[in-house]
Each structure stands twice: as C-alpha cells, then as structure tokens.
Design a protein around this ligand. Structure first.
Ligand code: ATP
Ligand code: MG
Length: 380
C-alpha cells in the first residue's frame, strides 16, 4: 500500500497550458532544461495536499500568464482508497476584500465540493524536499515551523485544524487589541481558545518529533541522523506539567502581555513562535554549523524517516516530491537514496536537469522529458 498520483492533468498552471501525465512505476523521473517546468509539475502535485504548495505561493501567481484561473485534476490512491480530486483557483464575488485578495482555493473530491483544502489530507499524503529548503536550518524559524507542522500533520490529521483555530483566535485578539479599549471578557475568551488550541498544537508537534526521532534512530542508512527538538515556551511547559496546567500558564502569560502585545501589534507569546532545532548526531554539531551538503543529507534523512514512520503509522508512505535532490548527492548517497525509495515502495517524483544522474533507475522508473510546458514519456 502506498499513496500515489495515478493521473495528473494541469490546466493553465504556471507554464503549462494543458498537460497530462499517467505514471505507472513507483519512481517517476522528470528531466529537462532550466525553466522547462519540472518544479512547476511537482508544485502542481503539492497542491493536492493542504496548504500553499511547495513554493508557498500566492494562488494568483500560479495562474499561467495571460490565463484567468488554474486547475489541477488528479486520480489519487491511498490508505482510504481511490479518489478523483480537483483543485484550483476560485475567486470570491464582489465583497471579497479579505487577506487573500479575494482568491481562494477550491477543492473537489469525487465530484463534490469539499469544505476546504484540509479535506485533501484525508485522501492523499504528500511530502517534499526542494532546493529552497537547503537553507532551512540557516533561515528564520517560520520555514522550520512550516516543515515541522507538515511532519506533524502526517501523524496527526487534526493538526492543521488546530493550527488554524489557534491562529484565528490570535488574529481576532490582535485585532481587538489594535482597535483600542477591548472588552476584557472577550479577550479572556479568545486567550482561552488560543491556550486550548495552542497546547494541542504544541503537544502534537512534540509527539511527532519524538516518534520521528525513534524512526530516525532505527535507520542505519547512508544519511546522517539528526537529533530534533522543538523549542518554545509551551513545549517546555509540556515537558514538566500536565496539559491543563500548560494551558493555564499560556492563558496567564497572554493576559499579562496584553499591553505589550497591543503596543507591538502582534502576539509575542505562544506556539506560533516555536522553532525546530536540529543537531548532526555523529558530529555532535548544530545543523547550522554543518556544511551545505551535510545539511542537505540531514534533511533527506529526516524526510525519509518521516516517510518510514508514515508507512508504519498509516500503512502507506506518502508521495515524495524530491526536486533536484540528486544534484547534491555523491554517487554512494545517490545509490542509497534509490535503494531507500525502493525499500519504502513510495511513489517518488525525482527531477533534475541531467538524465545521467538517474541512469541507475533505468528499468525501474518512469521517465518523462519536460520541455517548455510539455511532457513526453521517454521510458523506453
Ligand atoms: N504563472 C506563470 N505563468 C507562466 N509561466 C510561469 C508562471 N510561473 C512561472 N513560470 C515559468 O515557468 C517556467 C518553468 O519553471 P520551473 O521552476 O518549473 O522550471 P524548472 O524546470 O524546475 O527549472 P530549473 O531546472 O531551473 O529548476 C519558468 O520559466 C517560469 O518563469
Ligand atoms: Mg526547478
């Protein structure tokens, strides 16, 4: 059992006017020149999961230049069965005017409109690694938090909704504080909601990291083991006190911080500020101090461990989107990655400009050539 995209149709998606792909093998290799559309294709698949895709894009930017809206249609298979899935850009009518500029993502599952992108998490699991993530350990906490939340979502399907509920309450509190003298009872109610959902968010992240660590520890592959920790005040509380107590503490801290938060115009406390820290175990060194290649290898190790864990937890490994991953790997690690993918039996999409790097996969993968927004099967 595995999660897989068995048919993919893109319409006005980035540089694709119309494209169609029906992969059969577990491993799918996309090769083509710079700017051909390889990453775009992987991005289209990433939109078959909740969120803003592997580029974190604004929905309107995804629409092919000169076109009106984009769409991705797919047949997907997984632990819950086979589904026809569709997603794309929809526009709100006249009043619009919300944060996303009147744009929102429409989702259909088996022909029926879904309540939102979160529903996609129930029919398909997708994980990715892109060149942009090479700086994951070096850049600021938001990218690492997103990465952590995606890992957590794979193990705790309700995590996305908890994060959304927490952020909704936080935005409401920020707005109330910004508008001037706020009703203290209303603030207390919002802080109560933030504490409830915030502790659930932190607890799910801690659980995910603990189980991920166990999966990483069990591996003896070619990729180094990372020691992962979540840093944050609520996470620290949860290590020492029961969840209800952690909830009370966060509520208290939020209440005490009203003046400060009103002055700052944001909430200076809570799991929306938590961070994921990693150390290279064998070198006993912070990931931030490791070489570019070592950091990449650490990250690959984490993504593979997460896929193994999903396979155990959910009975099926996620679809893996590995953009330009072979470019960073020496021959030994490249071979190890291919072996690991085979052992996982995950559907893995690999992209690169140099077909030679995938020669070892001949006969055990589907090969597609991508050029100027067209896709050609070159498997023979
Ligand atoms: N909304 C859009 N409409 C039309 N074209 C777009 C849009 N967004 C991006 N593009 C173009 O799509 C092309 C393909 O981009 P993509 O990132 O998929 O290339 P790639 O094959 O991954 O290349 P590389 O090997 O350099 O990573 C680029 O030339 C980019 O400018
Ligand atoms: Mg690319």
């Amino acid at each position: 059992m595995r999660y897989a995209v068995t048919r993919l149709i893109l319409s006005d998606f980035r540089n694709y006017r119309q494209a169609r792909l029906t992969p059969a093998a577990n491993v799918v290799v996309l090769t083509g020149d710079n700017g051909a559309g390889k990453t775009n294709l992987l991005e289209a698949i990433s939109f078959l999961s909740p969120g803003r895709g592997l580029r974190g894009a604004r929905l309107g930017d995804v629409t092919r230049q000169g076109a009106d809206v984009w769409a991705v249609a797919a047949q997907v298979k997984g632990a819950a069965g086979a589904f026809e899935v569709g997603t794309g850009l929809g526009r709100r009518l006249a009043e619009g005017g919300d944060d996303d500029g009147g744009e929102r993502r429409l989702v259909h599952i088996d022909g029926a409109p879904a309540s939102g992108p979160a529903a996609l998490g129930e029919v398909l699991r997708v994980a990715w690694l892109t060149p942009q993530m090479d700086r994951l350990f070096l850049d600021g906490p938001p990218g690492r938090r997103r990465f952590l939340d995606r890992l957590t979502l794979a193990l705790h399907p309700a995590h996305g909704r908890e994060v959304a509920a927490y952020e909704r309450a936080m935005r409401e509190r920020n707005r109330l504080l910004a508008e001037g003298p706020a009703d203290p009872l209303w603030l207390t109610a919002l802080e109560g909601r933030m504490a409830e959902h915030g502790v659930a968010v932190a607890a799910a992240r801690l659980d995910a990291v603990e189980r991920l660590q166990a999966a990483a520890d069990a591996a003896c592959g070619a990729f180094p083991t990372a020691d992962l920790t979540v840093e944050g005040a609520v996470e620290a509380d949860l290590a020492n006190v029961p969840a209800v107590e952690a909830e009370d503490r966060l509520k208290q801290r939020l209440k005490l911080a009203r003046h400060r938060d009103a002055a700052m115009g944001r909430t200076g406390e809570g799991p929306h500020l938590s961070d994921l820290k990693a150390r290279h175990r064998a070198k006993d060194m912070a990931a931030t101090l490791c070489s570019t290649g070592e950091q990449k290898a650490l990250l690959i190790g984490v993504v593979l461990a997460a896929a193994r864990l999903s396979k155990i937890d959910d009975g099926a490994p996620p679809v893996l989107l590995l953009d330009e991953i072979t470019a960073h790997l020496d021959e030994r690690r490249r071979g190890a990655l291919f072996d690991e993918l085979q052992a996982l039996a995950a559907q893995a999409w690999l992209s690169g400009t140099d077909p030679a790097l995938f020669a070892d996969l001949k006969g055990r993968a589907d090969f597609f050539a991508v050029a100027a927004g067209t896709i050609t099967n070159i498997s023979d």
